[in-house]
Design a protein around this ligand. Sequence first.
Ligand SMILES: NC(=O)C1=CN([C@@H]2O[C@H](COP(=O)(O)OP(=O)(O)OC[C@H]3O[C@@H](n4cnc5c(N)ncnc54)[C@H](OP(=O)(O)O)[C@@H]3O)[C@@H](O)[C@H]2O)C=CC1
Ligand SMILES: O=C1OC[C@@H](O)[C@H](O)[C@H]1O
Length: 381
Amino acid sequence: MSDRDEQYQPSPVALGWLKATADCFVSLSRPIHDVGTSTARPPTPLHTYPLIPMRTETAMCPRRRQQNSESQAADEQAGQDRPVRFGILGAARIGPNGLLKPAQSHPEAVVTTVACRDAAKGARYAKKWGIPKTYAGPKAYHDLIADPEIDAVYNPLPNGLHYEWTLRALEAGKHVLLEKPITSTAEEARQIFALAEQKGLVVLEAMHSTFHPATQRVREIVLSGELGKVKSADVAFTLPAWLSQFAFEKNDVRFNYDLAGGCGMDMGVYPIAAIRNATGLDNAPFEVTSATATPHPSDPTRIDRAMHATRTEKVYRYADGRDGKGWTTYRYQLEAFVSKIRGRKPWVWIDPDTSVAVMATVEQMYAKSGLPPRRSVHLAA
Ligand SMILES: NC(=O)C1=CN([C@@H]2O[C@H](COP(=O)(O)OP(=O)(O)OC[C@H]3O[C@@H](n4cnc5c(N)ncnc54)[C@H](OP(=O)(O)O)[C@@H]3O)[C@@H](O)[C@H]2O)C=CC1
Ligand SMILES: O=C1OC[C@@H](O)[C@H](O)[C@H]1O
């Protein structure tokens, strides 16, 4: 086993995630006996970046000194000499896992601000997570987006608000880490990426599962052809009903049609993204030939709940015994997002066309199932 191999051995944590949430079953023409080890090199939780770029200023000639102070000024202007400053739109439940905890171990990311419509809730959230600045009230989201001391916005609003608030953030010159599902329609996703490109800003759909090394390893194995050609693929994401009642409130945003809820939106995007990723069909048009929705009792003609399939996967371990101490998918995702903002090449990236393609598949799924299309909404404030 080479040094490179030791860097990466998928962990049981990763496979636990795959088993519990998104089983990806790719049927290959040869049986899986031994899938080998990764040739790719994911970022390791052990590496660090210098926070402040090192500058040595010994006896410089005046010309050099001038150039140096110019480039220093440019760096400062671009904010390259300090961490990316994040603001969160809404005191959302996903905030801690999605950004706050990953940022604690990322030397180039800091969450400085949260905006919450309710002042007391916002203050509790800020205190609990050590966020120095809070905006509250009906203009809170506007205030956060207009804040010149924020470089990137994390948008974990309900699905139906993803589109509007991401466009607003981009218009204000902020990079956006945007929760899944990216938007309510594929066309909205296209518009978001078009605006980001026009403004030279980074938008990433927070499809965190894509960023785990185990996910990338599955892709690598399948695409290498070492196990033969793909014959079929079967992916499912399930949440046990007994857990659902603890995880979600009765009026949860997931079950709210007016906020673009529904299981296909909330959980369906993961299997669609996983199957695209594992088979390398990232942006290929998929034809949804049939879809059947199980109605949700709260809104049976518009909201769907889940069906599921299961699959057991082989268990992998870190060669160096780092079991359980590796990064979460969200942390790998933040690594990629910050790298992109800083002009480095992220180890894994989600192509805008892939996010659009996933959304197009979701749209087709709803159309085939007979449920109405999801729509984005505008916040009154
Ligand atoms: N990547 C992942 O693993 C996960 C991603 N998600 C995604 O994150 C998003 C939010 O999910 P979750 O954190 O569970 O949701 P929450 O209900 O906890 O948070 C949503 C936030 O949206 C704000 N909001 C603004 N307008 C409304 C409105 N009309 N009704 C309700 N809330 C509103 C609220 O902010 P305020 O504080 O201002 O009241 C609230 O905190 C979804 O898009 C979901 O798909 C969710 C869970 C996991
Ligand atoms: O990862 C997740 O797990 C449960 C879902 O309801 C949630 O929104 C999703 O992103």
